[in-house]
Design a protein around this ligand. Structure first.
Ligand code: FA5
Length: 341
């Protein structure tokens, strides 16, 4: 019995020295662990006189329960103390301090788009959003590409189960925008396009275009050339020349491919222009009268031009990226390496 009193006294002393989880575990193991002092005391029962065994056994169990209950209280207090410490620590964090590492940055396509959008805005154009899922009508019929027209094969289309399509070109928004605003109209509409393409260094199945339309009275090819030349000179930060070559698109008449003198070598020939001095930049043309009509605009009264710039390819040029797949690859390491020209 005396030994039990000694255990309790020693426990009281050790108990006061507990400060943390580690010292707590030490005394728990020392007293009520598998080989702890209380367990050892219980084993001593074999040396106790037969008539005292019951009383001794009960006393050891009472001691064990007492120590365990005091240890449980102590554990709870330690946990509360740790939680309070954590909360104090959190309160000390100044949430208004600017982050040390500003690691986010804009995507090359976004930077290029913003540059072009700002130039067009300064020339009085508004900016519209387009849908990514479109009706077949808007993507094709409304831009003069009826069913079974061979031009549908120019763009390998992703069809959805409900008969709608993933927009193959930004021209899919032309009809909705004309119907919304009518004429006169100056608008650009950048957007993501999808084509079921064989992928290579210059073809993606998901890429960006930036389309523009200007509709007014007495609009001619001269307006188209003026706006494209002004926009490109500002985007490239130097005076560039543009030239038109004939091109076919059912929604423009006449249609053109617009080339721009290479802004990087001044037309002398370099890797970007493949030594030719000119860069093929964007298809364009005078909006077909039928397309105006389908958009609710009288072609007898109004004319307009439209263009469809390959925004992803423009970003590649701007950032010296020679494989378009880098843009959607999601590899931050590669994107961080690109630098603007
Ligand atoms: C069109 O999409 C026409 N809607 C453009 C247009 C608008 C013409 C208004 C006339 C008037 P095209 O299929 O050529 O045209 O595509 C336009 C540009 O998008 C291309 O010059 C190219 O830069 C880019 N482009 C086309 N397909 C891909 C692709 N798979 N990956 C990356 N860029 C592409």
């Amino acid at each position: 019995m005396e030994i039990l009193d000694e255990i309790l006294k020693a426990f009281d002393v050790d108990f006061l020295s507990v400060e943390d989880e580690e010292t707590y575990n030490n005394i728990r193991v020392k007293y009520v662990g598998k080989n702890g002092l209380v367990t050892e005391a219980l084993k001593e029962i074999k040396n106790v006189a037969a008539d005292k065994k019951k009383e001794y056994g009960e006393s050891v169990n009472k001691l064990k329960n007492l120590l365990e209950s005091r240890l449980a209280d102590l554990k709870q207090k330690l946990e509360e103390k740790a939680l309070k410490r954590e909360l104090d620590e959190m309160e000390r964090v100044d949430l208004t301090t600017p982050a040390a590492d500003q690691s986010g940055s804009l995507h090359p396509v976004t930077i290029t788009r913003n540059k072009i959008v700002n130039v067009f805005k300064s020339m009085g154009f508004t900016v519209e959003d387009g849908n990514e899922i479109e009706t077949e009508y808007n993507n094709f019929e409304a831009v003069n590409i009826p069913k079974d027209h061979p031009a549908r094969d120019m763009q390998d289309t992703f069809y959805l189960a409900n008969g709608q399509v993933l927009k193959t070109h930004t021209s899919a928004s032309q009809n909705r925008i004309m119907r919304k605003y009518g004429a006169p109209l100056r608008v650009i509409f950048p957007g993501r396009c999808f084509r079921n393409e064989e992928l290579d260094a210059s073809h993606e199945n998901t890429f960006f275009q930036l389309e523009g339309m200007m509709i007014d009275k007495n609009i001619s090819i001269a307006n188209l050339i003026y706006f494209m030349k002004t926009m490109l000179s500002q985007v490239f930060g130097k005076e560039v020349e543009v030239r038109l070559r004939p091109g076919f698109f059912p929604f423009v008449e006449p249609g053109f491919e617009l080339d721009c003198s290479c802004p990087y070598c001044g037309g002398k020939g370099c890797n970007v222009c493949k030594k030719g001095g000119w860069i093929e930049l964007c298809p364009c043309g005078m909006i077909h009268p039928r397309v105006l009509e389908m958009g609710g605009i009288n072609p007898e009264e109004y004319q307009g031009f439209a263009f469809g710039l390959g925004l992803s390819r423009m970003a590649m040029m701007n950032f010296e990226i020679n494989d378009i797949r880098v843009l959607n690859g999601g590899k931050l390491k590669q994107l961080k390496q690109v630098k603007t020209k």
